[in-house]
Design a binder for this molecule. Structure first.
Ligand code: PMP
Length: 456
């Protein structure tokens, strides 16, 4: 909004001084480096963040892939204010409050197929752990306790719990923490930079990568495998859309062997791909979906696991009668999170934001693919309003090329995210075409300005 673009007045409460930096151990951050020249965010509205120096920057990553309906979305803000005046907290252990039941019912409608049951968590990591535990417990509830193995995939990110990093396929994350869950294997990544470079949408090559699952099941004896978990589009490791037909083939193999399929839709859910879920876009129905981020528009922490009838019912009407899942969080279905999520759903559905994301997707795609041919640009990948521009790495130095480009973009007024040497983009769905142009133009200038490695 142009009115808030003007420089803030000196007495503006948003203009805070630098707070004491030592105590806060920042997550996933080079702490010492950040604290030497802190870049603090003090406000937000719509498509923009306001930095401590008063500058407004265009948020091209929706916070951390979560603020899909725009910052301080008026529906969400109003719902939170109304909720805090009525009920701050109520446990959903043995008691309950209406907003949690109402939200679950709405999510069951919003979810594809017969994913009609919702387990609430507070984050993507908790959703992943919850889904893995439900999968293992499901087989036990059916008297099939021999199924304990979990299969993830190289380059997928599933959060930071021990369960999550066990199934994640990120070496550095796994090796830092020593022995992880037993009985975990990984499918090969679908990423094929040779055959699929500069693909638009789902790449053509690579359906056969799914056949590694069949081989893995044979190797281990399928009757020992509980579940397979994949991100439909791997986000944090570089935005890797699935090859055409790949997810369907995974589904077929899982079905043949009685193995559950989990889609980690923490990023891809809630409209990011221009459909409610990747499951809707691809027509492939998993048994469980893990969600977070866009569920509550990032305004209040919330996650959820969406569960198919057959999985849920195995607990309620299992061979041994009803088996309760001994699992849950103090804040599962927190009233404020429910209020935020319900208002976010209104924004998606009543304000047509998911349709808007779908409509804007080709425009973002065209804009980013026009960067092909710039020095160092080795790939552009995209699906919906999720995209990555991959750059050739620098030969060495203290800063990756991705970091150099991200820094340049910020200096030019656009916040992007560097994941390795890929610049990830996932703007709020409220973005305009002019703002997409601004992102593309800024990226172009930043890439041209960082062809040589910065010396500092
Ligand atoms: N799964 C996926 C696919 C994610 O992208 C993330 C977060 N980026 C997580 C799980 C973990 O979510 P959280 O950080 O909310 O725990």
């Amino acid at each position: 909004p142009s009115s808030s673009r003007s420089a803030p007045a000196a007495d503006d409460p948003a203009l805070v001084g630098t707070p004491p930096m030592g105590a806060f151990w920042m997550p996933f951050t080079a702490n010492r480096k950040f604290k030497q020249s802190p870049q603090l965010i003090v406000g937000a509205e719509g498509m923009h963040y306001r930095l401590a120096d008063g500058r407004l920057v265009l948020d091209a990553i929706a916070g951390l892939w979560c603020v899909n309906a725009g910052h301080r979305n008026p529906r969400v803000t109003a719902a939170l204010k109304a909720q805090i005046d009525v009920l701050d907290y109520a446990s959903n252990f043995q008691s309950g409050h209406p907003a949690a039941f109402e939200l679950a019912a709405r999510l069951a409608d919003f979810a594809p197929g017969d994913l009609n049951h919702v387990f609430f968590t507070n984050s993507g990591s908790e959703s992943v752990d919850t889904a893995l535990k439900i999968a293992v417990a499901y087989h036990r509830a059916r008297g099939d306790a021999g199924r304990y193995r979990l299969i993830g995939r190289e380059r997928d990110y599933h959060g930071v719990s021990f369960g999550g990093i066990s199934v994640s396929g990120i070496g550095r994350q796994r090796s830092t923490f020593g022995p992880l869950l037993n009985g975990v294997d990984h499918l090969p990544t679908t990423h094929d930079p040779v055959r699929n470079a500069f693909s638009r949408g789902e790449p053509v090559h690579g359906i056969e990568k799914a056949d590694a699952l069949e081989a893995m099941l044979v190797l281990h004896d399928p009757s020992t495998v509980a579940a397979v978990i994949v991100e439909p589009v791997a986000g944090s490791t570089g935005v890797l859309p699935p090859p055409q037909g790949y997810l369907r083939r995974l589904r077929e193999i899982c079905d043949r062997h009685g193995v559950l399929l989990i889609f980690d839709e923490v990023i891809t859910g809630f409209g990011r791909l221009g459909a409610n879920f990747a499951a809707d876009l691809t027509g492939v129905l998993p048994d469980l979906i893990t969600a977070a981020k866009g569920l509550s528009n990032g305004a209040v922490p919330m996650g959820a696991v969406l569960v198919r009838d057959g999985v849920h019912d195995a607990f309620m009407h299992g061979a041994a009668g009803s088996v309760e899942l001994m699992h849950g969080y103090t804040y599962s279905g927190h009233p404020l999170a429910c209020a935020a999520a319900s208002a976010t759903l209104d924004a998606y559905l009543e304000d047509g934001l998911i349709a808007q994301a779908a409509a804007l997707s080709p425009y973002l795609e065209d804009g980013l693919h026009a960067l092909r041919g710039l020095p160092g640009v080795i790939d552009v990948r995209n699906l919906g309003l999720l995209a990555g521009v991959e750059l050739a790495p620098y030969a060495g130095g203290t800063m990756t090329r991705g970091q150099a480009v991200a820094q340049q973009c910020l200096a030019r007024g656009v916040m992007v995210r560097a994941v390795g040497d890929t610049i990830a983009l996932s703007p709020p769905f409220t973005i305009s075409r002019a703002q997409i142009d601004e992102i593309v133009d800024t990226l172009r200038a930043a890439i041209l300005n960082t062809v040589d490695q910065p010396s500092a």
